[in-house]
Design a protein around this ligand. Structure first.
Ligand code: ARG
Length: 289
């Protein structure tokens, strides 16, 4: 009787402990289930906490006013401001990494960069190996020559030495004009290097994006350059490049771009760098003519 009572008490104790454990287990288990609907409902009330992911953005920061490094070594420019505004709308975090133009698309393809914002012209050829956001800037090639140059058209470059940045649309245009095997094409790592060569007389002309050429000429009066435009240069548009197939990020970026277009912040950034509203250059304005 005493034994059996002890047994009973012992087993009762064990049972109580077991019940407690089971109760704890039961309490633990429903907790995450209960939390799920709460967090799913949260975005409506409050913004979600900042995502852990920081997207790495490659840019060849030798391309003022689109991307360059200031005295502090910070990467600044029109592209950077646009990208930051897009990221703020899209709720994503960015880190800009100065990346040489020559390896920039490889870095994207290999996943070393999540995006490239670098005054990149959207071309059919590039579209085969990368995805592009909606266009965010209209551009064209422009010729830089010395003030006393007789060059008046693109065709006039046929017998001259022409500097370009390797692998750019300027390189493509000049290669088409002078031929693939032409030794008159001098290719440089960066556009400023090509322009320096024009100053020292190593080349007779440079063909590069209009915004960069205009900025350089305006800020280097001592170089005594002038610009020559030509109707044969096809209209170009810049896009943010992404690794192929990242539909989710692409959608966020495009939504962000649309948002900064519609709320006027794109226009503000544009005016800050180019001193006027982009209406004249915007594709929408061209289409409505
Ligand atoms: N828009 C031209 C292209 O896509 C030149 C861009 C060069 N950009 C730069 N940051 N260096 O080919």
């Amino acid at each position: 009787m005493r034994l059996s009572t002890r047994h009973f008490l012992q087993s009762a104790g064990l049972m109580a402990a077991g019940l407690l454990l089971a109760a704890c287990g039961k309490q633990d288990a429903p907790a995450p289930v209960a939390a799920a609907p709460a967090s799913a409902a949260a975005p409506a009330a409050a913004p979600p906490p900042p995502p852990a992911k920081v997207y790495v953005v490659g840019t060849d920061a030798a391309y003022a006013p689109f991307e360059s490094q200031n005295e502090k070594g910070e990467i600044v420019g029109f592209d950077i401001d646009v990208m930051k505004a897009v990221a703020a709308k899209a709720g994503i975090e960015l880190k800009f990494v100065n990346t040489p133009w020559e390896g920039i698309f490889n870095a994207l393809g290999q996943g070393d960069r999540d995006m490239v914002v670098s005054a990149v012209t959207i071309t059919d050829e590039r579209k085969q190996t990368m995805d592009f956001s909606a266009p965010y800037f209209d551009a064209a090639q422009l010729i830089a020559v010395k003030e006393n140059s007789k060059v008046a058209t693109f065709n006039d470059l046929k017998k001259l030495k022409v500097g370009v940045q390797t692998g750019t649309t300027g390189d493509e245009a000049v290669t088409k004009l002078l031929g693939k095997t032409s030794t008159a094409i001098k290719r440089f790592e960066s556009t400023p290097l090509a322009l320096k060569e024009l100053e020292s007389g190593g080349v007779d002309a440079v063909v590069a994006d209009n915004g960069v050429v205009i900025h350089y000429v305006a800020n280097n009066a001592g170089s005594k350059f002038k610009t020559v435009s030509d109707k044969s240069f096809v209209p170009e548009q810049y896009g943010i490049a992404l690794k192929k197939g990242n539909a989710e990020l692409l959608a966020k970026v495009n939504k962000g771009l649309a948002d900064i277009r519609s709320d006027g912040s794109y226009d503000k950034i544009f005016a800050q760098y180019f001193g006027a509203a982009p209406a004249a250059a915007a594709p929408a304005a061209a289409a409505s003519k």
